[in-house]
Design a protein around this ligand. Sequence first.
Ligand code: NI
Length: 169
Amino acid sequence: MAIRKIRTDGDPILRKVSRRVDVFDWRLWQLLDDMKETMQKENGVGLAAVQVGVLRRIVVVDTGEKILELMNPEIVEQSGSYCDIEGCLSFPGVYGMVERPTKVTVRAQDRNGEFFEFTGEGVIAKAFCHETEHLDGKLFVDRVDHIMSQQEINDYLDKKPQDKSSAQE
Ligand code: NI
């Protein structure tokens, strides 16, 4: 396993559309292992392959209990909505408020190509939305009405219960 370099703001690859995964071989498994290690080192809750420079529809999401590996993920159901602070590993230190569904079901393929569905709420639902948007070259900064100042970030985090929702994706 190896840590991969995370592409950051200004890198044009972040605006590109990723291609579907159709080969489920050792190269994919190696990339998945590297993505998981990179995400954990950076304390992220999610990471898309494009963020490490690979234009394939691959996402990893940390549910707190396990790390999901999602190839060709599609959101098949969503409900509710709430607004919460959001960040991204490709935009270090940048945060804004984003409205997301409270509950999201995603359909994807695992590392062997088998289809599965997973339903997540809160931070996990948010990560599913944030990461699948990365695969279409869409970024959370497009969705915020403004980038929060450090004072705004501190005020917001002081008021809410401690959880991982301010973690970066
Ligand atoms: Ni992100």
